[in-house]
Each structure stands twice: as C-alpha cells, then as structure tokens.
Design a protein around this ligand. Structure first.
Ligand code: TPP
Ligand code: MG
Length: 288
C-alpha cells in the first residue's frame, strides 16, 4: 500500500531530524562523518520508521528484526534514528565520539541501545547479516534482517562471498540497502575503483535487486514492501543518493566524507535545513 500523506510527512520529518542531529553531533565532536548520513537519511528513516521492528520493549528479544550498519562511519545518522525510536536517550547524542561515551565513532554492539553488530571495518556486514537471517529461518522466526552498505563497501571481496551464500541458501528474509553516492573516502568512486552496476551484479548473484531513488521515500517504502513479499531470494535496494543531501555546500563533495563543520559552517547547514536563526544560535552554543 502506498504511503498516506501523514505517513510520508512523518518519515520526512524523521529524515530531517536525522540530518539536523548529524550536523550537531559531528560539529560538537569536532570530528566524524557528516556527508554519508545526510545522503542516507531518507532511506534510513523509511526503513527505521516504517519497517524495522525494533522498540525499547523488544530490544532484548531474540526473535526481533535486526539491523547492521555496514558503512559504520555513517553512524551519526544511525544513532539519531535509534534515539527517535526511543532506544538511545536524546541527551546522549551530543556525547558522540567523546571519551567514555557509548556512542563511538563506529557502532559498538550494545543491545540496550539497539545496536546489533560492531562495524567500521568495511566488508563484514553482509556476512553477519546473513548469519542472523539464516539463524532466524532455522528457528522459525518471522524476523527480517536489514543491513546498510555502500558503494565503497562493495569493493570488499567478502561482500560478494556473502552475496553468493545468501542466494544459495535462499535468505529471503535478508535485505541490503546500498548507499550508492559515487563517493568514497579518497574521491569519486568511479575514479578510485569503479564497482559499476550493482543492481546487475546482485541480480547475477541470484538476488532480487532494484535501483531506487534514495531520496524518494515513497519509492523506498514500495521497494521495502516488495522485498518483504519475496519468498525465495534475498533483496538488494541500490539507493541512488547524493552525499551531503540537504546542505548545499556538502552535496556531492567527497571532501565532506569525514570532516566536521566549524561553527560558521554548522550554522549555515542548520539554517539551510530549516532551523530558525534563534534556535541555531542556541544549538551552536549548546554543542560546545
Ligand atoms: C576494511 C576497511 N578498509 C578501509 C577503511 C577506511 N574507510 C573508511 S570509510 C571508507 C570509504 C567507504 O566508502 P563509502 O562507504 O562509499 O563512503 P561515503 O560514501 O560515506 O563517503 C574507507 C575506505 C575501512 N573503514 N575499512
Ligand atoms: Mg559512497
């Protein structure tokens, strides 16, 4: 079923909050990765708000849905969404990347916070997600396993070992959402190491694979519904995104892969995201 206007607006509000939190967290930490989470915000918000069955009540249940962030460096947005779902206290967000904080610069497994796997070293995520998906099937659980990955992570050989095994074992309860932004740490992906057409690749590996506009929440929601309806094959959503989406000077700029905005840049970013001038002044001061 298509999203109602109310549902669409609620997902878009969650995506906007994710972008605002990302800017504030990376600004406050004075380090981190703002570009990726801004680009992923729309498909991550659709997944977290509409599909992923993870709540404060069920977080310790063995048979609940799982999520693994393969491109772990984009965790500011992930933490924001976990806080919007009530798993991470909001006041914890600004401790991001500070000494002693549970919110490390890459996710550390913590079921209290809803974090299902430690990531940061690219390439492991799909294997881990596949293990969880097969375990759920083995136990007869009606649980789905989602992972986020990226064009950069798709350069890792282990991803393709997992893709082979997932199709072979018919892990139809597994869905990967790939952040395809043509950017990685050192520049444009097509210049550094072109992974080419990932939809064709996943399809050739035996997956149900679709290209989707990674900023169109209706299209993402429909693709996630179709993935749930698959009974034989794992599903891959190749989400075409713009790194830095929503902040004009960060869009499509590899330089914003892993650099924190200074006070002036954070102010401009928050204003562009629609935060009022008064609120922005308060935020910049509070982030210190
Ligand atoms: C195994 C491994 N090799 C190298 C790195 C260093 N690294 C961190 S992020 C990154 C780029 C990954 O590309 P992508 O996820 O597409 O980045 P983005 O689109 O967010 O800029 C690399 C190479 C790593 N984390 N793990
Ligand atoms: Mg990328």
């Amino acid at each position: 079923m298509a999203l109602t206007q109310e549902q669409r607006e609620s997902v878009q509000a969650a995506a906007l909050q994710t972008r605002i939190d990302t800017i504030r967290m990376v600004h406050a930490a004075e380090c981190g990765h703002p570009g990726g989470p801004l680009g992923m915000a729309d498909f991550m918000a659709t997944l977290f708000m509409r599909h992923l069955d993870l709540t404060p009540e069920n977080r310790h249940a063995a048979n609940r849905d799982r999520f693994i962030l393969g491109n772990g460096h984009t965790c500011a947005g992930y933490y924001s969404l976990l806080s919007q779902k009530g798993l991470i206290p909001r006041e914890m967000l600004l401790t991001f990347r500070k000494m002693g904080s549970l919110l490390q610069g890459h996710p550390h497994l913590n079921h209290d916070l809803g974090i299902d796997f430690s990531t940061g070293s690219l390439g492991n995520s799909l294997s881990a997600a596949l293990g969880m998906a097969l375990a759920a099937k083995h136990n007869g659980w009606d649980a789905r396993v989602y992972s986020a990955s990226s064009d950069g992570e798709s350069q890792e050989g282990q991803i393709w070992e997992a893709a082979t095994a997932a199709a072979h074992y018919g892990a139809s309860n597994l869905t990967v959402l790939v952040d395809f932004n043509n950017v990685q740490i050192d520049g444009y992906m097509r210049d550094v190491m072109n992974v080419r057409d990932l939809r064709e690749k996943y399809e050739a590996f035996g997956w149900h694979a679709v290209d989707v506009d990674g900023h169109d929440v209706d299209a993402i929601d429909a693709a996630l519904v179709a993935a749930r309806e698959e009974t034989e094959r794992p599903s891959a959503l190749i989400c075409k995104t713009l790194i830095g989406k929503g902040v004009s000077f960060m869009e499509n700029q590899p330089g914003w892969h892993g650099v924190a905005p200074n006070d002036e840049q954070a102010t401009t970013a928050l204003l562009e995201l629609g935060v009022s001038a008064d609120e922005v002044m308060g935020m910049i001061a509070a982030d210190k």
